[in-house]
Write a protein of this length. Sequence first.
Length: 336
Amino acid sequence: MALLAIATGADKAYSQALTSYFSGKTVTIVVGSSPGGIYDIYARLMGRYLGKHIPGQPIVIVSGMPGADGETAAAYVARQAPKDGTFIAATTQTQPLQPILSDAEDRNYDPSRMNYLGNAASDVSLCIVRSDAPATTFDGMFETQVILGGTAPNGPLGYLSIMFNNVLGTKFKEVLGYPGSGDVVTAVQRGEIQGMCGISWSTLAPKYAALSNNGAIKIVVQASDTGLPELNKMGVPLSDSYARNDDQRRILDIIDSQGIFARPYFVAADVPADRVAVLRNALMETWRDPELIAEAAKMNLPIAPMSGEEIQALLQKIYASPPDVLQRAKEAIKLK
């Protein structure tokens, strides 16, 4: 009984210390993409509820820091922001695998070592084309050139079509340099380009459903080995089904895995473990908050949280892949 009392007292003191730490502080969620984009929408939704689930109920604000496909915000939180748990990066799905997919040598931080707090929802990247494009099925893309628009070759709105060309043998022609997904969709609507690869279902469904419903565009493939139930019911094929051997399948799986942690949040590697644990728990409670879920439903935003521990375990598995496989994955998304 004495030992139990001591342990209970220690737990209470520990909890009070954490509550005292965050009380009166401001927690900043740093978003690595443009205002109004899907990452910004999720971060702001989370920011409206996160404070009440962190002990001490700190103020939570959302600050945009777009640039370099999320790398600007990620690097700021990893290297420059205070390492006390008050700065959270809300970056893109490509950020956790940047050392695998990019040749950048000035990063000065290791994305695989960040303390991932959780993920709002998994997602799937898609290729879409205009209904009057020269080919309107993924099978047709192996025979006919289709002109696609994108942002940068190291972002999901750039590398996906490049990978399909390099690994599977499609004949996409990429026109890169658009500022964001909205600009690419607008270019598709205007007929400047014939389609795009890399737009997520969570972006397409709430913002551009009319384009799909009225037949203006067609979804031609899911970059996945399992797909999303609603798209599977529509008969949208899976990119993995076009892999001709295990080597191609492994490369596709590494690239496609980004959809599993599509809305990742992390704090710096140096944040104390007890605060990481508190924030991980707070994020999971936030995404399960009935009020948030109700608001997300009105916004047509899917919520399917994944814990920070699960993200960390998946990243460890990917980074433990044979070096030659990781090198081939890197080469697969290079524009040639």
